[in-house]
Ligand binder design. Structure first.
Ligand SMILES: CC(C)(COP(=O)(O)OP(=O)(O)OC[C@H]1O[C@@H](n2cnc3c(N)ncnc32)[C@H](O)[C@@H]1OP(=O)(O)O)[C@@H](O)C(=O)NCCC(=O)NCCS
Length: 204
């Protein structure tokens, strides 16, 4: 488990599939997170997908819990890959509890994913994709230091028209330059506790 302020990241368990079934069939959640809101998914398909996740060492799928609310609020995915010899991670997330959108958890989740990628997995770069109309996600990514690069043009079709897919990335050094500021912003007075637990090892 990875604890980050009020958030806790833990592996997806079979018992979570019921919750995922609800979120993965929510038109709005999937419209924003994947740009394919009609790709409904049955429980059987989710079970198969879960079996695949268990075998795949390149992908990490995590349930995000809000410890203060005592409930799961969303999911995150980290896909590890190598560009030549460069360690790269693609990250993605959604908050399935829509009532929490726009209340700051997204930024906290994004910083937590950067901490996992750069401070635990030793990545050199981190990237994310987001559909053109997803302004909230673009803001969350940019607020955490991601830079918008290119666009994959007209790659999605939703609500009667085509939309571009935007690519965002951040390099390790860029993150390290703003890391403490970001950690302060999202952890507040819990920063010291985090640094003690995740940035040092007793006796070293
Ligand atoms: C994208 C998502 C993870 C962001 O999390 P969130 O908790 O809603 O966002 P936050 O409250 O942390 O806000 C992040 C930024 O977006 C801004 N924002 C919030 N609501 C917004 C809106 N409706 N339009 C534009 N920007 C918005 C905030 O001001 C903040 O920027 P700032 O730090 O520069 O002020 C969440 O909204 C979500 O899960 N959406 C559905 C699925 C999805 O889009 N997944 C991401 C796919 S790339």
């Amino acid at each position: 488990m990875f604890e980050f302020g009020d958030l806790r990241f833990r592996p997806v368990e079979r018992e979570d599939l019921k919750l995922l079934h609800e979120w993965e069939n929510d038109f709005e959640v999937i419209m924003y997170s994947r740009g394919k809101p009609i790709n409904f998914v049955s429980m059987g398909q989710l079970e198969k997908q879960y079996e695949e996740w268990m075998k795949d060492e390149k992908e990490i799928h995590l349930i995000i819990e809000r410890v203060d609310l005592k409930e799961a609020i969303g999911i995150a995915r980290i896909e590890k890959s190598d560009f030549g010899n460069v360690r790269n991670a693609e990250v993605g997330t959604y908050i399935g509890k829509k009532e929490l959108w726009g209340k700051g958890s997204g930024k906290q989740i994004t910083v937590a994913l950067l901490e996992i990628c750069f401070n635990q997995l030793n990545m050199e770069r981190c990237e994310a994709w987001s559909v053109e109309y997803n302004h909230r996600a673009h803001k969350a990514l940019e607020a955490c230091g991601f830079k918008k690069g290119g666009a994959m043009r007209q790659v999605e079709f939703v609500n009667g028209r085509k939309w571009d897919g935007f690519h965002f990335d951040i390099l390790r050094d860029e993150y390290l330059a703003i890391r403490m500021d970001l950690l302060k912003q999202v952890l507040g007075n819990r920063l010291e506790e985090y640094i003690k637990k995740h940035c040092t090892i007793a006796g070293h």
